[in-house]
Design a protein around this ligand. Structure first.
Ligand code: NAD
Length: 462
């Protein structure tokens, strides 16, 4: 797609207030693929005013009509899925097949789920002598990262629109092109002017202006824990609602009764997919000491097969960051069994699929989110030890449990301090609430739980 040189505000592409631009690079060859305007506080203010002005009419639009718009939006995304996949591949560097199967397909599923939910959800409840109305929270400021760029946009905008909220989106600076494509799709879907607005720009400028804007009622943020903490504090000071989807350091617990080869291979694939840039990736593999060396060998073999096929990481900074963690792993005494510092290609921001064995729970690579294709394998003595290690980080976003018997895996999963657990390789479900325990975040996305983030209650007593 061709990049727009303006902001999508109040139903049209409008010139940016300033003249600064952001260059979008293809991480595979480091070439410029587009330029978008770097928004300022003035652009954000225009967009918030448009969203505020559009709120009363959109909030009063019957849910079935909102559902109809979302359904058309889903159809537009379907019609443009090849373009979406190509755009994400160009700015994120992910292999085209992955962009088609995940970056384009998942947002379609999520948009479809909210078209259905908007039409069927009970926006009114009875509680004794009261009627409880579930009303839109108001103007939403949505701030999204680059790793699943369209999914993270749709996971906020679709439920917000379903709820009757209006939105100002500030997408990640690395992946603004698919956000512009999304704005085109919203326009094509006939969503009224001002209901959805897009301001591209840098986090500390446009993002911060949006998070601090007094006329934003809810800030929904996905990204790093450091920025999330700052946004939470700003929202707290203004008594403003906030939803935070933050980092993770999820455990893949392989119990002794599991199919070891399957659990290891699926576990490695999970970490390497999207070049390890998945907040819910199972970056810590926990294996019983009796099966440990076999698992390490299986994981090293599996990782070595990926080579450069996983694609690069998003930018030079991320590449340097991931490599510094690989350095740290070696320095702290972990055993490198696959990958390492050498890049599989000279050009582009590639990182070798890397596996560390002999990782102990206190090591930096076992505690901090790396956000790259790096797997740590930890040894446990018994189930209680596995549980202590699995729960022993500040995060709690996702995880996996493998066992010969499903009930055994479920019993273990129930003791994990985390928002999602895949049992024996369970499939992604766009209706299942997604979000974190502990420092992985506040609130939930997807399904009815995701919708309720954008609603507030009003009780009428009779
Ligand atoms: P980031 O926090 O730097 O950026 C995320 C978004 O916030 C971007 O749009 C950015 O421009 C904006 N931003 C940056 N500084 C800001 C500020 N001061 N005020 C307002 N907005 C600001 O994170 P990233 O580097 O884009 O993404 C990687 C991180 O995000 C990882 O830690 C990852 O785990 C996390 N993440 C979490 C989830 C989840 O669902 N829990 C999903 C994806 C990524």
């Amino acid at each position: 797609m061709k990049a727009h040189d303006g902001m999508y505000i109040d139903g049209a592409w409008r010139p940016a207030a300033g003249s600064d631009t952001i260059e979008v690079l293809n991480p595979v060859d480091e070439q410029v693929v587009g330029r978008v305007p770097a928004g300022t506080a003035e652009d954000v203010d225009h967009a918030v005013r448009a969203a505020r002005a559009a709120l009363p009419a959109w909030a009063a639009t019957p849910p079935t009509e909102r559902a109809a718009r979302l359904s058309v939006l889903r159809d537009v995304l379907v019609a443009r899925q090849d373009e979406i996949a190509e755009t994400v591949t160009a700015e994120l560097g992910s292999p085209l097949k992955f962009s088609q199967n995940v970056h384009a397909a998942v947002p379609i599923a999520v948009a479809g789920s909210y078209a259905e939910l908007a039409a069927t959800y009970a926006f009114e409840e009875k509680a004794g002598n009261s009627t409880v109305h579930l009303e839109p929270v108001g103007v939403v400021g949505a701030i999204t990262p680059w790793n699943y760029p369209l999914h993270q946009i749709v996971a906020k905008v679709a439920p917000a629109l379903a709820a009757g909220c209006t939105v100002v989106l500030k997408p990640a600076e690395d992946t603004p092109l698919v956000a512009q494509l999304f704005a085109e799709a919203v326009h094509e879907a006939g969503v009224p002017a001002g209901v959805f607005n897009l301001v591209t720009g840098l986090g500390p400028v446009a993002g911060q202006a949006l998070a601090e804007h007094p006329d934003v009622d809810l800030v929904s943020f996905t990204g790093s824990t450091a920025v999330g903490r700052q946004i939470g504090a700003t929202a707290g000071a203004a008594i403003k609602k906030v939803a935070l989807e933050l980092g993770g350091k999820s455990a893949n617990v392989i119990l002794p009764s599991a199919d070891l080869a399957k659990a290891v291979n699926v576990g490695v694939a999970n970490v390497m997919s999207n070049s390890g840039q998945t907040c819910s990736a199972w970056t810590r593999m926990l294996v019983h000491r009796d099966q440990y060396e076999e698992a390490v060998e299986l994981a090293a073999t599996a990782a070595a097969k990926y080579g450069d096929r996983i694609g690069p990481v998003v930018n030079a900074k991320q590449q340097a960051r991931v490599r510094s963690y690989i350095d740290k792993g070696v320095a702290e005494g972990a055993r490198l069994v696959a990958g390492g510092l050498e890049s599989p290609r000279e050009q582009g921001y590639f990182v070798s699929p890397t596996v560390f064995a002999d990782v102990t729970p206190d090591m930096t690579i076992a505690q901090e989110e790396i956000f790259g294709p790096v797997l740590s394998i930890l040894r446990y003595e018994d189930e209680e030890d596995a549980l202590r290690i699995a729960n022993g980080t500040v995060y709690g976003l996702a995880g996996a449990v493998w066992a010969g018997d499903q009930a055994e895996a479920v019993a273990f999963a129930r003791r994990l301090e985390t928002g999602q657990v895949d049992i024996n390789g369970g499939r992604f479900n766009p209706l299942a609430p997604f979000g974190g325990y502990k420092q992985s975040g506040v609130g939930r996305e997807l399904g009815t739980h995701g919708l309720s983030e954008y609603l507030q209650t009003k009780s009428l007593q009779f």
